[in-house]
Design a protein around this ligand. Structure first.
Ligand code: ZN
Ligand code: ZN
Ligand code: FE
Length: 765
């Protein structure tokens, strides 16, 4: 902006993440350097500056505010207005103590910064080895806030009065800890304790050292962290990992690890520059990385998969633990809960619920107010994509087009909910599977907590159309206007909301299952959709799920169903059946055959996830699934292993039309897959060909729909879109055909994004 040269007064209003992140001290320092006088204060929706100086200095000031922003702050908007000339003696920070500021954005928890790390490693520093060190640039936020404004008395740090030296830092605008609400030191702050699994205190000089030794000797240690508990074991010990799996009743689901530092992580995984940056970002999420093979890591961390979830130490406690010479360089760090339940937060609860899982407990006495799970990310097609939005990201709001205040209840699996207030969508953290009683309690608790924090009780409620989802039942019980939203319209709308797309799009939704508009289960759909409505234009050919949900747990049933469908008429010779076929008891096959024959308890679905299940079974990759998405993930891994990515002979695209829809026929696929199996084509090749066939089929249909509708923008969503082989092939092929392609980045494409989509749709009505 152009200002007159003379001395003048302006106001600068800044919105975004600018509170609780050292923004005012930053403004103060810049003003001091430029000789600008005036004030800076927190306002209802950000920061407000009054500044007096010659025009050119003010211009420079504004430029610096925009360019030198503190690492964790984000400016959403900056507006300047002229004021009548005012003179100030100096530049001051006005305290925000008593203002009402529910409209202010709440900052997420952030990883320990390098300056704090340097202090805890410095023998001469008063915070040497102190695991609760933090400053305005780092440390706990959302997980310790009881209500706004974000001030120490409103957090679980309330019970730790600051010592004289900490108070001095807190009061000094030039100090890195100026108004750092969780500021603490060994004299005044929280402390660690070391317990056995009966809760008995074990006397030790150094709790962190004791924990490192226990981990080294193969024990399972429960560690209280930032937003909850982790269960940790040695990441190199197959036996320790097996023990943890057995106790947690989690036979196969991949476990995330924490590596000592990025160099350590590089020993065991391939890490691109972008992935390295993500690992080291202020959010420090779990990043899905391609494993190196062979490797010293325990083989049962993520068996049959090519990727491993890796994160780096994000609290001083984690850093100190992994820096102990005895500590294994890589620790399994899985959330501290029994399968399906929410992670524990308080000490008594953890000692009770985790005593049969952990041998030892590393606890501390700072309460966790809000559980926050680790976020999970994956770099695909050159962009960071959140698969689980938790620590570091939650509850940063997503700005929406003008809309009403809304509560969106989300789906059933990977549930998150969403509250829209003042045109901003606050997506709550990952809750989990609502069908678990404890998760459902956590769900209700979390909604109430976020309502309190935001000081907002929406009178409009959005929910999934599925009548049996717990989230739907929850919505039904509320005293508010309710709107049901179709699952895959919500998937689409999440992408529209994130990318602020207002025109209609061609939407590809490749998903597990969702409640359909007819008697079938949806899940492999192409819609023409916008924020308000959708039209189902095409879908994958229906397949029968013998036994319904049981088929999800036993992909062989779906494989069998595909064979039954495509070969039943002319039959298939016994010797041409895939070899796994005989591992399933003949009696069982007979029963399933009868179910399929009669169509009894065998719902029809167009689900893409189920088609993946079927293919995983046919190729012998996965017959039984122990965790959600296992078959599809293992098939993706097989495809990623394929080295011969030549053209697809025989894998024909066949599209047929019924009265309303185009249908992507699976007959040529299944016939060719069986031919390949019988010709002993390697599984990775077949898996890859299936991916490519799916992409070719989708692109074919999309081109037809483009001709019909004139639309050229494509959105991609649904759980299958987390598959990197599929995603990258699909985006590349679509771009080659000059489509404009969008998919979820900060909003998960899986059911974790449903709540935002619901809110966005309902807000338009
Ligand atoms: Zn710090
Ligand atoms: Zn202190
Ligand atoms: Fe879904």
């Amino acid at each position: 902006m152009q200002l007159e040269k003379n001395t003048q007064t302006i106001t600068i209003a800044i919105n975004g993440i600018v509170q609780g992140v050292g923004f005012r001290p930053f403004v103060y320092r810049e003003a001091l350097e430029l000789g600008i006088t005036g004030t800076v204060s927190n306002s209802d929706d950000g920061v407000r500056i009054i500044a007096t100086a010659p025009g050119e200095m003010l211009e420079l000031f504004i430029k610096r505010l925009q360019n030198n922003t503190p690492p964790v702050a984000t400016i959403a908007s900056l507006t300047v207005a002229s004021q009548p000339l005012r003179s100030f003696a100096d530049f001051t920070i006005i305290s925000s103590r008593h203002q009402h500021s529910a409209t202010v954005q709440i900052t997420p928890d952030l990883c320990v910064c390098n300056e704090c790390l340097a202090e805890i490693r410095d023998k001469n520093n008063r915070r040497y080895q102190y695991p609760f060190t933090n400053c305005t640039n780092c440390g706990p936020r959302f997980s310790i806030i009881e209500h706004v404004p974000y001030d120490r008395p409103n957090t679980s740090m309330r019970t730790f009065p600051m010592c004289r030296r900490c108070q001095r830092e807190y009061d000094n605008p030039l100090d890195r800890r100026f108004h750092a609400q969780p500021n603490a030191c060994p004299v005044c702050g929280p402390s660690l304790s070391w317990h056995d699994n009966q809760g008995e205190l074990i006397a030790t000089e150094n709790c962190i050292h004791a924990a490192a030794k226990a981990l080294h000797s193969g024990k399972v240690v429960a560690i209280k962290g930032l937003g909850g508990f982790h269960l940790a074991v040695d990441g190199f010990s197959k036996a320790s990992v097996a023990l943890l799996r057995k106790r947690k009743k989690r036979p196969a689901k991949p476990l995330a690890v924490m590596a000592r530092d990025i160099e350590t992580a590089k020993k065991y995984c391939h890490i691109s520059a972008q992935e390295a940056q993500l690992l080291c970002s202020p959010q420090h999420p779990i990043v899905l990385l391609t494993k190196k093979d062979p490797s010293d890591l325990a083989a049962n961390l993520a068996a049959n998969l090519g990727v491993l979830g890796v994160m780096l130490p994000y609290t001083p406690l984690h850093a100190l633990l992994l820096e102990q010479p005895e500590c294994p360089d890589v620790l399994v760090m899985t959330s501290g809960n029994t399968a399906g339940e929410p992670i524990c937060t308080n000490n008594e609860d953890a000692l009770k619920r985790l005593s049969h899982l952990a041998d030892l407990f590393l606890l501390h006495n700072r309460d966790i107010v809000t559980r926050v799970d680790d976020s999970v990310t994956r770099v695909m097609d050159g962009a960071t994509r959140l698969l689980r939005r938790g620590r570091g990201y939650s509850p940063v709001p997503i700005p929406l087009e003008p809309t009403k205040d809304i509560l969106a209840c989300g789906a059933e699996m990977k549930n998150t909910f969403c509250i829209v207030r003042n045109n901003e969508a606050y997506l709550g953290q990952h809750i989990g599977e609502l069908s678990q009683a404890a998760c459902y309690d956590f769900y209700r608790e979390s909604i109430d907590h976020l309502k309190t924090v935001l000081e907002c009780t929406p009178s409009l409620v959005a929910h999934d159309r599925h009548p049996d989802y717990f989230s739907t039942r929850y919505a039904t019980g509320l005293d508010a206007a309710k709107v049901a939203v179709q699952h895959h319209h919500a998937h689409t709308a999440a992408v529209l909301a994130e990318h602020r797309i207002t025109d209609p799009v061609l939407s590809i939704i490749l998903d597990g299952t969702g409640y359909g508009d007819d008697s079938t289960i949806f899940g492999g759909e192409i819609y023409v959709a916008d924020r308000k409505s959708y039209q189902r234009k095409a879908h994958l050919e229906h397949l029968q799920l013998p036994g319904g949900d049981q088929a999800v747990a036993e992909p062989w049933r779906t494989g069998f169903s595909l064979l039954h469908k495509h070969f039943a008429a002319q039959g298939i010779a016994e010797e041409q059946l895939p070899s796994w076929f005989t591992t399933i008891a003949a009696e069982k096959r007979k029963v399933i055959g009868q179910l399929l024959e009669k169509g009894f308890n065998s719902p029809l679905t167009s689900s893409c996830g189920r088609l993946f299940d079927g293919l995983a079974a046919l190729t012998g990759t996965c017959l039984f699934s122990h965790y959600e998405g296992q078959a599809a993930m293992e098939l993706e891994y097989q495809a990623a292993l394929c080295e011969h990515r030549e053209a697809l002979e025989g894998y024909q695209v066949e599209v047929v039309a019924d009265a309303e829809h185009l249908i992507l026929s699976t007959a040529p696929l299944i016939k060719q897959v069986m031919a390949d199996i019988n010709a002993e084509v390697a599984t990775p090749t077949i898996a890859y060909r299936f991916h490519l066939w799916l992409v070719n089929s989708l692109v074919f249909v999309l081109k037809r729909l483009r001709q019909e509708t004139g639309l050229n923008t494509v959105t991609l969503s649904g759980g299958c879109i987390q598959n990197r082989v599929l995603f990258e092939l699909l985006t590349a092929c679509l771009r080659k055909e000059t489509f404009e392609v969008y998919s979820g980045q900060v909003i998960p494409v899986n059911d974790g994004g449903i709540a935002l989509g619901q809110a966005y749709i309902v807000g338009a009505t």
